[in-house]
Every structure is written in C-alpha cells, then in structure tokens.
Ligand binder design. Sequence first.
Ligand code: ADP
Length: 463
Amino acid sequence: MTNYFKVNNPATGKLISEVRVNTLDEIQQALENGHDSFKKWSKVNAHERSRLLRKWSDKIQEQKEEIAEVMTLENGKPLSESLGEVDYATSYIDWYAEEAKRIYGRTIPAATETKRIIVSREPIGLVAAITPWNFPAAMMTRKAAPALAAGCTFIVKPAEDTPLTTIKLVELAHEVGIPKDAIQYVIGDGKEVGELFTSSEFVRKITFTGSTPVGKALIKNSADTVKHVTMELGGHAPLIIAEDADLDVVVNQTIISKFRNAGQTCVCANRIIVHENVIEEFSAKLAAEVMKLKVGNGLEKDTQIGPVINEKGYTKIVEQIQDAVDKGAEVLVGNEYDANKEKGYFFVYPTVLKNVNEDMKIMQEETFGPVAPLISFKEIEDAVEIANSTPYGLAAYFFTNDYKTGTYLHEHLQFGIVGWNDGAPSGAHVPFGGMKESGIGREGGLEGIEPYLETKYLSIGNL
Ligand code: ADP
C-alpha cells in the first residue's frame, strides 16, 4: 500500500501537499545507489565539484521567492525569515564551493633518507543526513554542501512536517547537473529511516540535527558499523546580562535571539539571567517591546511571530509556562494562545516570565517556543553556575561592556557558541556546534568540511 505524509500549513491547519513515503526497499536501493555513485563523484575534479555547487546556489537564488513561500507554508515562519533562510542556506553552498578547492594534504619529513611520507585527505563515502523542521533549507545545505564539496555522496531524510523545501532543493541540484545519485532525498518515518541509515553497510557517516534523545539513539546504532557521526542536538541557551550592560542593546538582541522562528531554534536564548540591580528596568523594557511583536500567518506582511510547528510542540510550551506560573513565576506579557486542535493550528503569544527559579521545568528543559524566562543573579560566578547547570552546551550569550567580566564569562561558559553583545552569532563561516549533550562535531567554517574527510598517509620506502 502506498503511504503519504500529509503536509499541513501550521498557520491554518490546511493541507498543502501529500508526499509519498518511500518503501523500505526503495530506501535500501537509494543507499546502494548513493554508495555506487560515490565511486564516480569522488573522482570528479574538485574544481568541477566547486562549479556545480556554485550553479546549485545560483539556481536556488533564482527561485528564492518561490522557495521561501513553500518554507513559510510548511514551517509557518514569517516570509521575511524564510527569505533570510534561503540566503543562509546558499551561503553554506557558496562557502563549501570554495572549500572544495582547498582540501590540502601535507608531507612529513621521514625518519630516514630512504623514505618519503605524504598525507592526503579523501572523502569518507556515502553520508546519510537527518534534518529537522525548524530550518528545512539551511540544515540540509550545511550538511550537503561540505559533503559534496569533499567528494562524498549524500542522502537526506527531511523532517515529516517540512519535506517540501528539501525536495525542491534536491531537485534543483539535479537540474544544474549534480548527478541524481550523488544527492538524494528519501521520505519516511524518522525511526525507521534512522535504523536503515545506521545499520547500512553503505553509509559511512551519519549527520543529524535534532533532539538529544534521537541523537543518542543514532550514536548508539552507528556503533555496530563504526560510522562517523556529527550531531547537532538540543540547546538551552543562557543569556547573561551584567550590571553594566547597555540595556537597549540587550533588549534588541534578546528579541532577535529569543523570538526568531517563534523561539523554535536550538540556539534561542532560553534562560535570561539578569543582574539583580537591573532586572526591574530590563524586564520592563523587554516586556514593552515584546508586547509589540505581531503574531500571525507568516505569509501576511508584518508578521513577526508565526505559529508553533505542531500540537506536540505547543503542548510542551504551554506545560512549561503553566509549571512556571504554578511555582510562582509572574507573567509580564503573554501566556495567551490561539489554538485550534480540530483545525490543527497553534499560536503562542510571545511571553515574558519574571521571578523564575531553577526548579521550574522551563529552566531545565529546552523550550522551543516564544517564551523568555527571567531569573536574577548577584555575583557573576552565580550566573555562570546557572548557565552551566544543564546537560546542554550549544549557545550562550552575554552582555557587558566590561572586558574583565566578558573575559571571565568567555572562559567559564561551557558552550560551543558564545555571543558577546551579539544575539545572532551564526553564519556559514563559523564552526557551529555544541559541547556536552548538545553534540559532537562542528558545521560551517573551516571545521565543517573535516567530518567528511578521511586522512590517509603514504610511506614510500626503499628510495
Ligand atoms: P523534534 O522533536 O523537534 O521533531 P526530532 O529529533 O524528533 O526533533 O526530529 C528531528 C529529525 O529526526 C526529524 O527528521 C525526525 O523525523 C527524525 N527522527 C525522529 N525520531 C527519530 C529516530 N528515532 N531515529 C532517527 N531519526 C528520527
């Protein structure tokens, strides 16, 4: 029987498309094809791979408006953010089109005159990717671009909620001449496809962006065939505001960090840790700005906050807010909803909570929603302790103009990404990734191509 995934618009609950689910046999075949095609693609000259990637990027840019609209329809984010994500997605392709030409080896002085030693880098093989719904374009290209640049072949399973953007991007890759089996997508249930990917002898690497529990399962399941793994997992970002911080800058950057994509990003500021002497002023200023954010359908002009992705996400957010309120948090703005289970749409109005403490779920679990909980601190050491107190270590932010405080925070925060007076530190040129249970490996920048390469050395003797 043929199965279809229904793709619904999270802003209205209306069906926008039905996508055919691949059979397990089809997925096995796709893996085999990806493996076979590696023999050819890995031998394509690096300059040619680079040219093809550039063409892919250009093609996506030519269709930027259409792609952004599809993204907003399936993900719900405001159109302006979808347009921004298309740029963000192609920036990875552009970056790795260049890196393809810079995969250098080296020579090592031998221990005797009769030997020479050459170190070379080779593509790892077929890479299988599993991507999330919150950035359906960029999370795919930031894996596909370095993989293809390195000479790996690539297969991706997009999230069930948002397959359309990925399908479109893969089709465009084929249109510009990247071979059909060098980049493929498959559609299926996360767990089933994950198990096929991790158990397949054809797959040499798993790259995943998603939740920490799923990442852990993928790491475990990859052990039997000793696959390489890159894991970009959950985050619970602290945002520390020192006593001397410029509060207008902080409000602006907090809103950028916290409310982008309705708070559904793994680097969203989730725990706002404010010096006790400025918390009154800061919370009033933040609440006044948050009140102005416009909630609505992402296709409508001026919308700043779209719906949350689905009922599961919505329920988690509501439960966290309720738990915080039950335990004494004060609602400065928000804790309002426009949700309709029958129709299938879920809006959470941007919410600011004060008097939050560490016993509340919202301070321990990733939120993935437009909620800013504020907790106060006295000494900077206490702020660091709160910040480091969860198993997560993806992004952290702090605001201070005092270089001693800044240096201390930089050196003591256990996070892979740190923004100092900067709420938007991402980019194709930087090594994005987390410490602790937030992940393994880095994506972007110089580091982002490394996970797709093997190191081989040659020792020539008897000279
Ligand atoms: P979220 O809860 O935010 O949807 P997930 O980690 O569940 O985060 O989903 C991210 C991606 O992982 C999606 O593509 C999803 O289909 C996939 N996925 C979900 N469960 C599994 C699993 N057990 N094994 C592999 N992939 C999975």
